[in-house]
Design a protein around this ligand. Structure first.
Ligand code: BDR
Ligand code: CA
Length: 320
């Protein structure tokens, strides 16, 4: 089975690993990458995506320019201490990347129409662009998308950007709530599982020496930068969580994640801004079936490592 995947990403180091994973995974046909602000400013995020596509020889995949900031209009803060000055740790992508075409947001509808009812959206950045599609084109805008695999949220556990909130939800909580309410068939991958999707420096070292893919030179330096930031924040941590790889792997390895069906809402304002909320009582309040989302609350983390290694060791970077 091959999945047509349209990614929304803000590379960013874990986003970059996710993009490389998608390019290498034979079960994924990557049909576009929407790149907006998030871990880095929009222009940088586009440049990093272009660099990865260029390295992989996949300039045929359209890049779509995403948003420059959240719906609230608030100023954005970036995270060079985690993702590096330019989003790829110590790596500086060249300024003049050839053969890459950047489209505007309307291209998304064209791509969805082309793969009607046979396309999955995988969102691993802020949710602004997805929300914008509903705002610009109405509630039915993405009705032909088969499912939404999203990295975001933290349920009944601490956040990673504030006490209550996970970063993708926190930075644009209005967009996050909009998407949770308006998109259908959502598979959500919150910190509850992605924090445990650790890849160790030993695995990375091995891949840095043995991956036959064009991404090999990036693997160790990008990971090391990101891992050092995590070690600083969580002393003793045995690896770095590659949050954004999780939804892609969950799609292609359907027994990786266990989901609980609940309606998800996101706090839009106040001290709990960005907090994800669901009713986990044994007998939750009844909600309309169309409002129910699938929340990933447990995963097979051994499988996560094994599959990650397999893809970076055997991945097919020339697939079309
Ligand atoms: C999420 O926030 C971003 O900084 C990461 O790339 C990931 O998508 C984790 O909270
Ligand atoms: Ca991300």
């Amino acid at each position: 089975m091959t999945y047509n995947v349209l990614m929304f990403a803000d590379p960013g180091i874990d986003d970059s690993f996710a993009i490389m994973y998608a390019l290498l995974n034979p079960k994924i046909n990557l049909v576009g990458i929407v790149s907006g602000y998030g871990n880095t400013p929009k222009e940088q995020s586009i440049r990093n995506t272009a660099y990865l596509l260029n390295l992989g020889g996949r300039e045929d995949i359209p890049i779509i320019a995403g948003a420059a900031g959240p719906l609230s209009g608030e100023l954005v803060r970036y995270y060079p201490e985690i993702h590096g000055q330019e989003g790829l740790g110590p790596i500086k992508p060249p300024d003049n990347i050839q053969n890459v075409k950047v489209y505007d947001i309307n291209k998304i509808l064209e791509i969805v129409a082309q793969y009607k009812n046979n396309i999955i959206i995988v969102s691993v950045g802020r949710l602004t662009e997805l929300a914008l599609l509903f705002i610009l084109y109405g509630n039915q805008a993405l009705k032909d998308v088969s499912a939404f695999y999203i990295m975001g949220g933290a349920f009944l556990v601490p956040g990673n950007i504030s006490a209550e909130a996970e970063a993708n939800f926190f930075v644009d909580p209005i967009a996050s709530n909009t998407v949770m309410e308006k998109a259908h068939n959502i598979y959500l991958h919150p910190l509850n599982i992605t924090n445990k999707a650790l890849i160790s420096p030993e695995v990375i070292q091995f891949l840095g020496e043995n991956s036959p893919t064009p991404f090999r030179p990036l693997i160790v330096p990008a990971f090391d930068y990101y891992y050092k930031a995590y070690q600083k924040n969580i002393p003793g941590i045995k690896g770095a969580p590659l949050h954004d790889v999780v939804p892609l792997m969950a799609l292609t390895e359907p027994d990786l994640v266990k989901y609980i069906p609940r309606r998800v809402r996101v706090e839009e304002f106040g001290t709990a801004k960005g907090k994800s909320i669901a009713d986990f009582r044994p007998r939750p309040d009844k909600e309309p079936p169309e409002s129910i989302d699938n929340i990933g609350m447990d995963a097979d983390f051994q499988k996560f490592t094994v599959n990650f290694m397999e893809i970076f060791l055997k991945g097919d970077f020339n697939k079309r």
